[in-house]
Design a protein around this ligand. Sequence first.
Ligand code: GLC
Length: 743
Amino acid sequence: MTRLGQSSIEDVVAAMTLEEKVRLLRGKGVSISGEGGPTVGVKMDERVPGAAGSTFALERLGIPSLVMADGPAGVRIAPQREGSDVRFHATAFPIATLLASTWDQALVEDVGSAFGHEAKEYGIDVLLAPALNLHRFPLGGRNFEYYAEDPLLSGKMAAAFVRGLQSQGVGASIKHFVANNHEWNRFAMDVKVDERALRELYLRGFEIAVKESQPWTVMSSYNKVNGEYTSECARLLTRILREEWGYDGLVVTDWFAGQDVAAQVRAGNDLLMPGTDAEETEIGEALASGALEEASVDRNVANLLRLALKSPTFAAYAYGERPDLASSAVLARRSATEGMVLLKNDAGVLPFAGQGSLALFGNHAYDLIAGGTGSGDVNKAYSVSLREGLEAGGAKVDTDLAAQYQAHLDSEKAKQPKLTGLAAFMPKSPIVEMTLASELIETAADRNAAAILVIGRTSGEFADREASDFLLDNGELSLLGRVSRAFRSRRKPIVCVLNIGGVVEVASWRDKVDALLVAWQPGQEGGHAVADVLLGEVNPSGRLPDSFPMMLSDLLAAENFPGVATGEATMRAGAVPVTPSEIEYRDGIWVGYRYLNTFDKEVAYPFGHGLSYAEFTMTDLDLSSESFEDELVASVKVANTGAHAGKEVAQVYISAPSSDGFEKPSEELRAFAKTRLLSPGESQVLSFRLTLRDLASFDATRGSWVADSGTYVLKVGASSRDIRASARFRLASTRVIGGAAKA
Ligand code: GLC
């Protein structure tokens, strides 16, 4: 009697008919549930309503159906079920960009564990997260779901999240493999990128995540890379991912991705999601015609069986659909505070010392943007506004002003159409800021001790940001100017909080505020978390995972983002119209601080920047050797010389010697660590182990990673432009690290 778990994988595959094998290669169909709205698309017999999809069972051989659910900010399932008044909420954690801003791998691992707990208790086998595409350009629509402009920070955060998630016995799906850096026409976009940039920037984060966390699944992306759909590309999915990096899990498509199903199967894309009958037919026809060999099908089915063997469903885990949301909420709040970045704090106006009441301006002071929309959204039970957080923290808030804003929000929301189905999935248009009468602002300035202005930006799958979204609009600028004048004329501070999913322009107006805090989209507990920081319960320790440029045009990607159409729109099978198009990543490796620092461009705030209520020094930098053999250990002492307990992030950058005609960035992040909470006067020694790969660049002509001989400079800093200590070491001879799959 052949059965999964009792027989070898090979025997189970051999016991299948060809039709049974083919059916296992595709999912059961789509179920996209809008925000509380009805399920849209082909309804399937969902074990977990609202999950993104599931695979077929084959009871005859003991193969269960596996359930997959989104997403990077929380478990996404339908909050209501027909015929039941029970609510099925999950925790809306802070967005990935905020988690990256913590620079704290241990914390992100804890968050991953909480995700895993909730997913397992809701009957999920694979969580479709983390998403780690590079923040190539601030207008990328899904940057909120991704970590950073740097591949090391992205990869390390993803690996930490995966370790935590999978420690609970639920699988991860690192996505979207690869170069899905924007949303426009994503189903058909052809990304033209040179091999060095592909290796050093776009693949590197995934490489780190695969090697350091062994994710159960990898999700290939919608787009093409250099003319080939990633989901159909054997070089990416087999030669690089499996043969070069040693990945032994399953590869799943993004939903409805790609065109040539036989090519997907052959390339090593094991599972087609959400799955359509047309795909099954196409695979059968390809096998019958000989265009597809059965060995590829067997290989892919075997990978699905290995995944099933690890799954909670195969273990018949008796999930209770009652996860510990209270504990998750505590962690959501703590992680949110750890990822907030204090950009400016003139004269130490923060933390508020409990004097007088606070005047809150801006819609989003009363209506928090907890996260983005689309598959990265979470059907959460609540979200805490800044007003609620401040009052819960014991602060007094101007209630007249609050009442005006609440009335404005209520009336504007009443006008918004009730969105259901796919429309509920799309990015939401923001509510226009209220026009305040001058006397209202003047009165508020008379009777409050300080002003807090919140600037909000939504973000979502399916659409990139408009260039205008990067700038404050006239209503926001006018409000900012008027509030700033009114409070400063009375020698009272104005603090600005950015409730955003991606980088915005700040240079032109930051002089109008005394303090500037990036809260990102901080999850359902966001109001408490921002209040914790503003009131001094928590000392901010976040550091920027992205550069804040002076203007978008300072970045090379601005030149041709988001690409050009190269043909007429056509309908994809069963999905949406696509326009053949392409974008050339002409910036190559010159992305973010790699470009801005190397070419000495002025920035509003640099990669890695973040202030504290304390001050820190970094001294006693020590290298294990001045000549590099196989590894090198650097250590540095971080001391709190301030008056508040706090945490510091030590960032290790390497400047490598350039060889002739092979330019390198002025420095690249190669290691980082966050201290524990240091009391005033306390210090901690942080150590970093650097390997040959940390010195190497990818030389496309040799098809290898190469560390050039010469003198290297190791820099330790509090940001990429605030270097506190540096030391040199030598590599006596050029070292070639082979094994890369040929381009
Ligand atoms: C979406 C997204 C992907 C998500 C999947 C399932 O289109 O691109 O991130 O996991 O489909 O919802």
